[in-house]
Ligand binder design. Structure first.
Ligand SMILES: NC(=O)C1=CN([C@@H]2O[C@H](COP(=O)(O)OP(=O)(O)OC[C@H]3O[C@@H](n4cnc5c(N)ncnc54)[C@H](OP(=O)(O)O)[C@@H]3O)[C@@H](O)[C@H]2O)C=CC1
Ligand SMILES: Nc1nc(=O)c2c([nH]1)NC[C@@H]1CN(c3ccc(C(=O)N[C@@H](CCC(=O)O)C(=O)O)cc3)C=[N+]21
Ligand SMILES: [Mg+2]
Length: 303
């Protein structure tokens, strides 16, 4: 078997086209320009690349983005003051704090300062709680993008065995919750899992987000499985690879996402979706009827 490649870049391009249309309606009909604030602390090169991609993606669909760069040794209170100010600013509909933050930061305190109605990453505890009960406004971008890829590829989730490798707050845990919400039978593996292969081999849907190249090899994968590789690893030779031995695994899987060009472009795109949803919600809060297209969210009910 040779797996069908799930083209994240192409799916993302389609979603972005919808984003452009929704932004157009917001601007022309309602005079609202969706605005995203991106906060970055320090100049970690990987973070800088991701932030640049997010800002480019905003420009691409007509979202106004503003970047706030703080030096790595800034006091936490200065960052929280900025977040408080942006939370009160009606021209800002989304606030994102690029992670990781420097060690002296209390991540929970910083994320907690974001207005929960502008928490487009979905990392505020209010939205995390919403996700747990299957009723969140801002699904976290990476697992949200994965759900959209699965829907787009026509993958049935209900009743299937889903195995998530990785249990972080930003990928593994919310991924597991979204799959549970869609009635998969979910196992979550992490660094202390004994005999990872014993779990992965049972997966109809295998989601890998650990951050180790070649962690998943062909013998660990059930024949015909759908494999979603979230991992992003830069090898010494400069090559970007996921967590799966791509060439080996694609001979056992029925579908697989590539790296690059798989989940990464979806992550950035779902940030745009969450920001536009937030801008539309701000209109509704102002007394307008809920009239705008929610087709993207409708594709993924209940998350
Ligand atoms: N494509 C995209 O859009 C995105 C990609 N990423 C990429 O995804 C990967 C994961 O990111 P993130 O969740 O932030 O990373 P973290 O480092 O925060 O979490 C990694 C998780 O993987 C687990 N893990 C580590 N080693 C193993 C192992 N040998 N077997 C099983 N589980 C293991 C860890 O376990 P434990 O909890 O026990 O420590 C942890 O839960 C990275 O490569 C990152 O670059 C991240 C975000 C978006
Ligand atoms: N608050 C916060 N929100 C995040 O969403 C967030 C974060 N912090 N910290 C880091 C991770 C990582 N992340 C990625 C974004 C884009 C690509 C992406 O575009 N990847 C491309 C290639 C990238 C490249 O060429 O380097 C691809 O896979 O095709 C990947 C990973 C968002 N994250
Ligand atoms: Mg952990």
């Amino acid at each position: 078997m040779t797996a069908k490649i799930i083209d994240g870049k192409a799916v993302a391009a389609g979603v972005r086209q919808e984003c452009r249309q929704r932004v157009d309606v917001l601007k022309k009909k309602f005079g609202v320009s969706p605005g995203l604030a991106v906060i970055m602390v320090g100049e970690d090169p990987a973070s800088a690349v991701y932030v640049r991609k997010k800002i480019q993606a905003c420009a691409d669909v007509g979202i106004d983005s503003r970047k706030f760069l703080f030096p790595a040794d800034v006091e936490q209170s200065a960052v929280i003051d900025k977040i408080t100010e942006l939370s009160a600013n009606p021209s800002i509909h989304g606030i994102l704090v690029q992670l990781p933050l420097p060690k002296h930061f209390d991540v929970k305190a910083v994320l907690g300062a974001i207005d929960q109605e502008k928490d487009v990453d979905g990392f505020h505890l209010y939205n995390v709680g919403g996700l747990v009960i299957g009723d969140t406004v801002f699904p976290p971008c990476t697992p949200y993008g994965v759900m959209l890829l699965l829907d787009h590829a026509g993958v049935d989730v209900a009743g299937r065995n889903a195995v998530v490798v990785g249990a972080s707050n930003i990928v593994g845990k919310p991924m597991a919750l979204m799959l549970m919400q869609r009635e998969a039978t979910v196992s979550v593996c992490h660094a202390k899992t004994r005999d990872l292969a014993q779990f992965t081999i049972l997966a109809d849907i295998l989601i890998v987000a650990a951050g180790y190249p070649n962690l998943i090899t062909a013998p660990m994968v059930k024949s015909g499985a759908v494999v979603i590789d979230v991992g992003i690893n830069r090898l010494a030779n400069g090559q970007l690879v996921g967590d799966c031995d791509f060439e080996g695994v694609r001979r056992r899987a029925s579908m697989i996402t590539p790296v690059p060009g798989g989940v990464g472009p979806m992550t950035v795109t779902m940030l745009l979706v969450n920001t536009i949803n937030s801008a539309e919600r701000s209109l509704n809060a102002a007394g307008h009827q809920p009239m705008l297209g929610r087709s993207i969210c409708a594709a993924t009910p209940g998350i």
